[in-house]
Design a protein around this ligand. Sequence first.
Ligand code: FE
Ligand code: FE
Ligand code: ZN
Length: 284
Amino acid sequence: MLIGSHVSISKGLIGAAEEAFSYGANTFMVYTGAPQNTVRKPVSELKTDEGLAFMAEHGIEDIVVHAPYIINLASYKDDTFTLAKDFLHKEAQRAAAFGSRYLVVHPGAYTDKTAEYGINRIAEGINEVISRGMPDIFICLETMAGKGSEVGRNFDELRRIIDLVDKKEYMGVCFDTCHVHDSGYDIVNDLDGVIDEFDKTIGLDRLKVLHINGSLNPRGARKDRHANIGADGTNPKGADNIGFEAIYRVVHHPRLQGHPFILETPWISKTENLYKAEIASLRG
Ligand code: FE
Ligand code: FE
Ligand code: ZN
């Protein structure tokens, strides 16, 4: 099983790999800088060679890069749309320099327009980014919780974007358990049914990455607030509405193997997280 968590890039790729190793992980996910802005250090300052050597020595592989969540490919505003395309194109090169094959992207938010508009705009943006030249990488559209005007609140919206992309060999999907639950899919009582629907709508061959999170909210709440796996009322961040058993079934499901499972569960204080314990208990 490939399992790890989001880790910090603040000490370069070597710092990220060492942090992941300290949690008992064999994969991990990074943002290439702060997730809420697009300021990025050159890759040459991120100790990439040291990081790749450490990963090879410690059996850490199939790492994931997450694009910052402020880029919005669905925006009708030309400056926002241009920034998103330029950033995504550079981010693909950075991900490849990290040896990653998976660049996770939130599809975007259509704001004052319509979902239809957003879907078309996102595909247009991706087509342009790919046409500028791409490394050997999958752009992985993330399943979203459906808060506000988020595109990707169901499998069909992701499929419609991919349908409009010319070079589909670059397209993948990231399945986020919190988001899928919050958008209304019943992964607690009918995981097999949800996987079937994903397969029929998008195709399981497009599944590349899974984000493994509990949810602070009931199914269908469209909130997107992550909980620690199986957390009860004593957890300072709140109780998990998905629950340990359901998440355990996800990470052990035979149809979901071979992809990195990445925890994005909350830190319980400024200095303490549960990644090590969560990884150990999910491995079982
Ligand atoms: Fe995400
Ligand atoms: Fe996620
Ligand atoms: Zn989320």
